[in-house]
Design a protein around this ligand. Sequence first.
Ligand SMILES: [Zn+2]
Length: 119
Amino acid sequence: MLIRKDDLVEVITGDDAEKGRSRKVLRVIASENKVVVEGVNRVYKHLKPNRRNQQGGRLSKEMPIDVSNVQLYCPTCRRGRRIGRRYLPDGRKERFCKKCAASLGALSKPRAAYAQKNP
Ligand SMILES: [Zn+2]
């Protein structure tokens, strides 16, 4: 999975899909290939009034959606894009936009094994 917490993504399918709108990833559940995205797949839990909560009311929270429903947002293209991964000269792995080739942030620390031998 190439999506990390705090990334900006575009939701491309589902009820909350909105073209060209970037939203923040709140949580990544790698084991289930799911992400929780701000304001997406919101559910409401209705609460009856009780002693602790005199008013009752409703709580809302976002539920996880499948990572295949989102694309990483490319600020250059100003929309979600397919992404690839590549190595920088210092051996860091980074993500890039497959359309415009802009860098979308490094994913790892520099690693000698992937560094360019003759920079
Ligand atoms: Zn792009």
